[in-house]
Design a binder for this molecule. Structure first.
Ligand code: ADP
Ligand code: GLC
Length: 486
């Protein structure tokens, strides 16, 4: 494979800042590409929490004007790697507490179009080597709506790099009104339904979907689903039109951060030869969640953004039935206030069975993976999903709905698959309440057959979800994009 210069553009990158799986991917794919010999630079906004995370201040490389703002590019490295991270630093736009997208009331920052508009214009300047860094990428790899405009801006450049746009979640599209389009001084030519206009509004994500040389999403199954009206979020027509440029590449996971054998966040490390140590983590988890410390009670877990996508309404609906069964449930999550308060109310009502922690807690998320028996992911849609893969690695059997990447990464514990020793979890027949309860009942049954359960756990733990394979698929995608670049 030819070594390439790659500019990897993302709004969140673990461990510098994370609200969801995009950060996990942006923190590990560039590392894998770097290891494969490519010269990868990440570019991201210098959010307040990113700056706070740095041990040493980032080195300022250039200062320039974008729109009416003074913007600096400074450089740091991705912690634990040699991958350079270019920070787009503009305190007026990014130096704010909390979430990159939402204010403390949970509302989008009112100037988001400008915040990401400036970010995208800086990426354009980097991509075209106009910042004086003497470095021009062969490939610009953009991720999700926050970087979608880059591809529209690049499309009118001569001798531009080839472009790839990855859809991590089509539900978030970066849609603003016409005044935002005007404030960003975009060419009128782009205000057209075949370009950035979307039902009289201005769509960032369309920049990526219309203009990228190659589009991909984070699982083969989701790549098919988004071409249908059920999963297309209004973009199905456009995606069908671009189907010859659209593919799916399953995410890998960071097998170093997520390794039960070395995980310092666990009370007891374990591996598939020493599964009894997992029970110690179970006890610690029950204690932490103030649940009765019963070793033989099936312990279910959820770690999630508490939003519609994740089937939280489904979970709430089955709770009254669920608590009648021999199970306990721990939840870690934050998101919509309605879901947060409904879960909290339920945990008061069923305190022997259900315990809920509202918030975002990296350490606790590892302890849950280490201690639980089963991980619930009844998503309505799921582009890839990472927790079902972390769960398998931790021997925490996933129960998933049959959508997106969940369908691609979990092998159902049917009689045949159990016998063939390929099963790794339970795949619901549909994404609904009945199917969820039915899958949980199947898990309860199997758990009562310790030999069978142990074998399922071991096979799940053997699965290889490391980045190497997926990084190779991205290398091929980059080569295709280079061939397609006019
Ligand atoms: P999504 O990106 O749609 O939220 P993924 O499964 O791809 O879904 O990734 C979610 C990531 O965020 C996982 O690494 C998961 O462990 C983490 N996560 C979600 N909610 C929390 C939370 N409340 N505390 C800690 N980690 C969380
Ligand atoms: C999105 C999706 C999730 C995916 C993640 C990383 O947030 O919701 O399914 O795993 O991006 O690609």
């Amino acid at each position: 494979m030819i070594a390439r210069r790659i500019l990897f553009c993302a709004s969140e990158v673990y461990p510098l800042i994370k609200t969801g799986g995009l950060a996990d991917v942006a923190g590990s794919l560039p590392r894998a590409l770097n290891k494969a010999g490519h010269d990868v630079h990440i570019v991201m906004p210098a959010y307040q929490s990113v700056l706070k995370h740095l041990k040493r201040p980032a080195k300022v490389l250039v200062e320039t004007g974008v729109q009416d703002y003074t913007v600096r590019i400074s450089q740091t490295t991705l912690p634990g790697s040699r991958v350079p991270v270019l920070l787009v630093d503009c305190p007026e736009l990014y130096d704010r507490p909390g979430n990159p997208y939402l204010d403390d009331q949970g509302q989008p920052w009112p100037d988001n179009a400008m915040r990401f508009g400036v970010f995208n214009r800086m990426i354009l300047a980097l991509a075209m080597n106009r910042c004086g860094l003497q470095w021009q990428p062969h490939i610009v790899h953009c991720n999700d709506w926050q970087t979608g405009l880059v591809l529209a801006l690049l499309s009118s450049e001569r001798k531009r790099p080839a472009t790839v746009f990855t859809i991590h979640n089509l539900a978030y599209q970066g849609v603003f009104d016409r005044s935002a389009f005007e404030q960003l001084n975009l060419s009128d030519y782009l205000w057209h339904y075949e370009r950035l206009e979307y039902h009289d509004q201005f769509s960032f994500i369309k920049g990526g979907l219309v203009y990228a040389d190659r589009i991909n999403t984070v699982s083969p199954n989701y790549a098919k689903e988004i071409q249908t009206s059920t999963f297309g979020h209004g973009m199905q027509g456009l995606l069908q039109h671009r189907a010859d440029r659209l593919s799916g590449i399953i995410n890998g996971i960071d097998t170093h951060t997520w390794n039960p054998g070395t995980d310092v966040l666990l009370a007891h490390k374990y591996n598939k030869q020493h599964l009894d140590d997992k029970l110690e983590n179970k006890r610690a988890l029950q204690k932490r969640y103030s649940l009765p410390e019963k070793q033989d009670m099936l312990l279910l877990a959820v770690i999630s953004r508490l939003v519609e996508q994740k089937g939280i309404d489904m979970l709430l609906a089955v709770l009254p039935d669920l608590v009648k069964r021999p199970v306990q449930l721990v939840v870690l999550g934050s998101g919509h206030k309605l879901f947060e308060s409904a879960l909290q109310a339920a945990s008061q009502k069923y305190s022997e069975k259900l315990s809920v922690h509202i918030g975002y807690d990296e350490t606790l998320s590892h302890q849950i993976e280490g201690g639980a028996d089963v991980f619930l992911m009844p998503s309505r849609f799921e582009p890839c999903g990472l927790n079902q893969m972390y769960s398998q690695r931790y021997g925490t059997i996933p129960i998933v709905s049959p959508v997106g990447g969940l369908f691609d990464t979990v092998v159902d514990a049917s009689a045949e698959n159990l016998q063939a020793q390929t099963a790794t979890g339970f795949v619901m027949q549909q994404a609904n309440e009945q199917a969820l309860l039915f899958a949980i009942d199947r898990a309860i049954d199997l758990y009562q057959q310790p030999e069978q359960w142990r074998s399922l756990v071991k096979i799940a733990m053997q699965q290889d979800f490391s980045w190497e394979k997926s990084a190779t698929a991205y290398e091929q995608l980059y080569e295709q994009a280079l061939r397609d670049n006019p």
